[in-house]
Design a protein around this ligand. Structure first.
Ligand code: THU
Length: 136
């Protein structure tokens, strides 16, 4: 896994901010952008994509991870999330579970439109996770 540098994290945050501009969120009006740093060193980003059948809405974090995996990646070491809000937003429970599949040790950074930020790791957001090892 590539070592995560401060400049790497800034790059990830920038990608998450840009991805939010491509959000399709006509129902919630809550745009979210996410970016992941994959094992190859590449950054993949995604936005939330909603649907008229509300249950089919896909979060930004999952769009970014599925894009990385569809490109052949198997692991992510960091996830950045951006919301255009005064306070940062942590990933939802479903996204925590999906991040766990590919990045149980991933760093998770949430940024917003103020200086407020969350810097944590997936294992703190999803302790005692169910994961691939449980099926071994
Ligand atoms: N959303 C995300 O993209 N990520 C999260 O972690 C929480 C929620 C999206 C889903 C929906 O399109 C909108 O935000 C409101 O819930």
């Amino acid at each position: 896994m590539p070592k995560i540098t401060e400049s790497g994290l800034r790059r990830l945050e920038k990608a998450a901010r840009e991805a939010a501009s491509r959000s399709y969120s006509p129902y919630s009006h809550f745009p979210v952008g996410a970016a992941v740093l994959a094992a190859s060193g590449k950054v993949y980003s995604g936005s939330n994509i909603e649907n008229a059948s509300f249950g089919l809405c896909n979060c930004a974090e999952r769009t970014a991870i599925f894009t990385a995996v569809a490109a052949g990646e198997k692991a992510v070491s960091a996830v950045a999330i951006y919301t255009p809000t005064p306070l940062p937003t942590a990933p939802c429970g479903a996204c925590r579970q999906v991040i766990n599949e590919f990045g149980p040790e991933a760093r998770v950074i949430s940024v917003c439109d103020s200086k407020s930020r969350i810097e944590t790791k997936l294992s703190a957001l999803l302790p005692a996770a169910f994961g691939p090892g449980d099926l071994a």
